[in-house]
Design a protein around this ligand. Structure first.
Ligand code: HEM
Ligand code: CU
Length: 667
């Protein structure tokens, strides 16, 4: 158990075995920041993903504001043309790879084990590695700002602009290596989460009883598994071109500049679904709770997600209509693109049907969910206009496109995730975010959002080109650009407000010390059966699942007239979270040590190969240490008072440990 001064004492009166703890000795359950750094607990890793993503969101958001300030009036002087190119490239890259994707990863890490009734993910240390490698990649990407300037070729960095000839600084090298590293992180995560969902479901949790969020995460992870290697291969070609004088994208040597575009978009189109499906998943969990009805058409929800997962691979060239593919390919890809609107439409109809006739409770999470559905629908409709090749040829590279993808990614993905923060916040932190302020915040964000991106449709149709650092007076662009900038400032303010809400709600929870039940929303999934915040060991006993919305069916049944009635009090069917003999895998330093080496390899390739040697020593050493380190230390103190046989692999997440470690992991 944790004593009051935060040190670790063992329960049952036993003397704590004193064990030297060098940096590389296997740490026991450590309190304070070291507990976080060495943690292999999926919940902490999920929280760290979210915190890191919010940090990068501040950077990406600041870059967005710079763009909008520059464009607020004609002939803006905030940024030079060169710096403007860097800022929008880094903004787009940051938002996609370091904000939206990791927020998705944050929810998956936290929720998947809870939703399928597991103690942890399949490979807890690998999970920690994914997080630290992601952070390393984000650091490499952003280190460009300190080491000579960011990438300037746009988030898709088209060849030949991405070559040394057109981009001679190292910006694109940082971009390239940062994203190769975050790609490694995504792959590790994909392997881990797919294994988890397929192998670690509680008894009775059949595939067709899995929550929609679990399903959408599974589809997302499969897409990542196949999409990321395509990007990484293209990036290696670029790396060889830029650093070692290869000629893969050198047109003067007969290379086809479209090679990069094809490879990029074979990754890039699935990527947009990788970003949006998890958000579709979270709102599919929230809408039924606040409509107080089961999700409408559950099988359609699942299969439309799977269909999107497959169809997303067939439409990449709709990003290349203007590149001269020829009429046959253009016609084929335009048709295919219109078809992909079908499964998406199915989802929208199912959400509406879930709300239809429900007893809607407009709590904050529902507001954001409805925000997603409406804003995404607008973005989806302008997407269909791009699918029509002739109109896309006009729209492409205008602000119409910028409007479209912000409606989809910000109005879609981010709205859903912010709502999901309100919804699952109590599960993770044990207190609720203020409902009142949450609602006010929603309206400020919604208005700011539409002021920012709505006018961009008009600007685009008026012909304002995308990626232009300024415009002349008298083109008719002034008014709507100013409106857009005012909206952007509102969005910025709404997120500062959000951070204040987190802080003030936390403060209030300290003062009022409300004891939160495990189930503050009268929710449906089994993750609500356990206390808030989730205890370190998740479930006292692995639950047996009988249906979709299993927890709901434990609370509610039907009387003889078919009316919904409560059959049990929440407290009676909730778990107390006080199991004591649960074995958790020990924390480990190796994941962070391994990840720490990666930026050095990247910087070494750019500046001095000796850094590579240093980085490689770190990586190889960590792999070696990792391999010989048992997942639960059989000799050392992992908080266990008496002898017992221990598992030596990560699957011991499923075996038992005693209370002291559990308590120590919590604080
Ligand atoms: C905070 C509010 C935001 C504002 C005001 C904003 C503003 C902008 C603007 C004006 C551009 C166009 C730059 C240009 O083409 O010259 C842009 C590009 C972009 N934004 Fe945002 N943005 C915001 C949030 C987001 C979010 C949440 C995402 C999520 C993925 C995102 C993704 C992108 C991407 C991918 C690009 C394209 C970058 C490129 O072309 O290389 N933005 N943003
Ligand atoms: Cu696409």
């Amino acid at each position: 158990m944790a004593t009051t001064d935060g040190t670790l004492a063992l329960g049952s009166g036993a003397e704590a075995p004193v064990r030297p703890m060098g940096v590389f000795a296997r740490p026991g359950a450590t309190p304070g920041w070291r507990g976080w750094v060495t943690s292999v607990d999926h919940k902490r890793i999920g929280i760290m993903y979210g915190a890191a993503a919010l940090f990068f969101f501040l950077i990406g958001g600041f870059e967005a504001l710079l763009i909008r300030l520059q464009l607020a009036a004609p002939e803006g002087k905030v940024l030079s043309a060169d710096l403007y190119n860097q800022v929008y490239t880094m903004h787009g890259t940051t938002m996609i790879f370091l904000v939206v994707m990791p927020i998705g990863a944050s929810f998956m890490n936290y929720l998947l084990p809870l939703q399928i009734g597991a103690r942890d993910v399949a490979f807890p240390r690998l999970n920690a590695l994914s997080f630290w490698v992601f952070l390393a990649g984000g650091i490499v990407l952003n280190s460009a700002w300190l080491l000579g300037g960011g990438a300037d070729g746009g988030w898709f960095n088209y060849a030949p602009n991405n070559g040394v000839m057109f981009s001679p600084t190292h910006g694109i090298d940082f971009w390239n290596m940062g994203l190769i590293i975050t790609g490694i992180s995504s792959l590790l995560g994909a392997v881990n989460l797919i294994t988890t969902v397929l192998n670690m479901r509680a008894p009775g949790m059949t595939l067709m009883r899995m929550p929609v969020f679990t399903w959408m995460s599974l589809v997302t992870q499969f897409m990542l598994l196949f999409a990321i290697p395509v990007l990484t291969s293209a990036q290696f070609l670029l790396l060889f071109d830029r650093l070692f004088g290869a000629r893969f994208f050198d047109v003067s040597m007969g290379a086809d500049p479209l090679l990069w575009q094809h490879l990029f978009w074979i990754f890039g189109h699935p990527e947009v679904y990788i970003m949006i499906l998890p958000a579709f998943g979270v709102i599919s969990e929230m809408i039924p709770v606040f409509a107080r009805k089961p999700i409408f058409g559950y099988p359609f929800m699942v299969f439309s997600g799977i269909a999107i997962g497959f169809m997303g691979w067939g439409v990449w060239a709709h990003h290349m209509f203007a590149s001269g593919l020829g009429p046959i390919s253009v016609a084929a890809f335009a048709t295919a693109t219109m078809f992909i609107a079908v499964p998406t439409g199915v989802k929208i109809l199912n959400w509406l049907a879930t709300m239809w006739g429900g007893k809607l409770k407009f709590d904050t999470p529902l507001l954001y969910s409805v925000g997603l559905v409406t804003m995404f629908t607008i973005g989806g409709l302008s997407g269909v206009t791009h699918a029509v090749a002739p109109s896309d040829t006009q729209q492409t590279d205008t602000y119409y496109i910028v409007a479209h993808f912000h409606y989809v990614l910000f109005g879609g993905a981010l709205f859903g995730f912010v709502g999901a923060w309100y919804f699952w916040w109590p599960k993770a932190f044990g207190y609720k975010l203020s409902e009142f302020h949450g609602k006010v915040n929603f309206w400020i964000l919604l208005i700011g959002f539409n002021l920012t991106f709505g006018p961009m449709h008009i600007l685009g149709l008026q012909g304002m080109p995308r990626r232009t650092y300024t415009y002349r007076d008298g083109y008719g662009f002034n008014f709507w650009n100013l409106v857009s900038t005012i909206g952007a400032v509102m969005i910025g303010a709404s997120f500062l407000y959000f951070f204040w809400i987190i802080w003030s709600s936390w403060r209030r929870s300290k003062v009022e010390a409300v004891v939160l039940s495990g189930d503050p929303w009268d929710a449906r999934g089994i993750e609500w059966m356990i206390p808030c915040p989730t205890p370190a060991h998740n479930f006292d006993v692995t639950p047996t699942v009988h249906s979709l919305d299993d927890f709901w069916h434990r609370k509610y049944g039907e009387d003889e007239n078919g009316n919904l009635v409560r059959i049990a009090a929440t407290e009676d069917v909730s778990q107390k979270g006080d199991a004591t003999d649960v074995h958790l895998p020990s924390p480990s330093y190796w994941p962070i040590v391994l990840a720490f080496g990666m930026p050095f390899i990247a910087w070494g390739l750019i500046f001095n190969l000796w850094f590579c040697v240093l980085g490689a020593i770190c990586v190889v050493g960590a792999i070696y240490g990792w391999v010989i380190e048992p997942s639960t230390d059989p000799e050392g103190d992992h908080g266990h008072p008496d002898d017992h046989p221990t598992g030596t692999d990560d699957s011991s997440a499923q075996v038992e440990v005693s209370a002291p470690e559990e308590a120590a992991l919590v604080d």
